[in-house]
Design a protein around this ligand. Sequence first.
Ligand code: RP5
Length: 171
Amino acid sequence: MVVPILFRTRNRSVQSMPVVLIILGSKSDLEIGKKALTMLQKFGVGSEIVVASAHRTPERLWKMVRESDAKVFITIAGLAAALPGAVASYTTKPVIGVPVSGAVNLDSILSIVQMPPGIPVAAVGLDRGENAAILAVEMLAISDVRLAGKLEEYRKEMADKIEKDSKEVQG
Ligand code: RP5
């Protein structure tokens, strides 16, 4: 995407820029954000967690997205989770939405899944911050052979664990 020069972040080195920006609707979503951060760290993908609410700080959110050089956004919110859709409306980069569990649960799931035509959000499961991170890595791996190799290794680790678990269960 070509970002208008007016909105590009200035005075920041390329190394310090997060490749994936994780945005929380509230500090109360931090545990889910940490799941994403930990997984991105496992793959060596630079990321940063910030808080910005679609409803409570709309201008802050707009500025944050428009000034970011991140390649993928992970957005984490509960209740009437407008955050992922709002971020998607401010950028043409991929946006992944993570619904956060609460008293109802379907509220945030439907708010994220039911986007109108033309403005998609890639929704993962309830509280699945780690899956959002893996999906972001898969997007980045399309043009990064090293990351693609790490994904293969990760799949093998999981498969090996299942084999081991099965042996333990079988006795
Ligand atoms: C959403 O409302 C946030 O993403 C959070 O999941 C939920 C509750 O927010 P707080 O009342 O904890 O700030 O906007």
